[in-house]
Write a protein that binds this ligand. Sequence first.
Ligand SMILES: COc1nc(N)nc2c1ncn2[C@H]1C[C@H](O)[C@@H](COP(=O)(O)OP(=O)(O)OP(=O)(O)O)O1
Length: 178
Amino acid sequence: MLREEDKETRKKKKKKVFTLLLVVDDENERVLLGEKKTGFGKGFWNGFGGKVEESDPTVLAAALRELEEEACIQALDAKEVGRITFIWIDEPEKPPWLVHIFRADTYSGQERETEEMRPQWFPFDAIPFQQMWADDQHWYPLVLNRQKRKNFEGTFNFKEVTTLVDFELKEVQSLSMQ
Ligand SMILES: COc1nc(N)nc2c1ncn2[C@H]1C[C@H](O)[C@@H](COP(=O)(O)OP(=O)(O)OP(=O)(O)O)O1
C-alpha cells in the first residue's frame, strides 16, 4: 500500500496521456461501448480511445482519431468532461496515466467492428460493469447524467493491473491545467 505522501509524489510524475470517448444517445438512454479485442484491457467493454501521439495536434483530435480508428464513426460535438489519473502502485517505474474523458452526443457514419473493438449499444441501466475496468462504475454516472453540467477529476490506484485499491473523485466547475 502506498503512503499518502508517496501517492502525492507519484501523482506529480510525468504522465502518459490517453483519451477515452463515450458516445451517448440520451434520447434512447443508451451508450456505445466497444469490447476490446487486442492489447491492454482485452476482453473489457470500454469507451473508445488510446494514446495521444506526437502527431495529434490536440488531445481532442487524438480522441476523434481513436474513435474513427476503433468504431469507424466521426463524433460531431465531442466535449471533454473529465480527467482521470491511474496510478499503478505496485509498478513504481510505470508513469501515471492521465486519461482525458470525452462525451459525444452526435456523430456521423455507421459504427462498425474493427480489428481493435466490437461496438455495441448498452441501455444506461444495463452497462456491463462486471466486464469493465473497476473504476468505471464510479465515474460513468457523472458522464451519463449531465444535468448538473459539472466536470470531474479523479485518481484511481490499481495493483496487479486490474485490482482497484482506492480512489478519489470530485466534481469540478472547470478542468485543471495539466
Ligand atoms: C485502469 O482503468 C482504466 N479504466 C478505463 N475505463 N479505461 C482505461 C483504464 N486504463 C486505460 N484505459 C483506457 C485508456 C485508453 O483509452 C485505453 C488504452 O489505450 P491503448 O493501450 O489501447 O492505446 P492505443 O493507442 O490504442 O494502443 P495501441 O495502438 O498500442 O493498440 O484504455
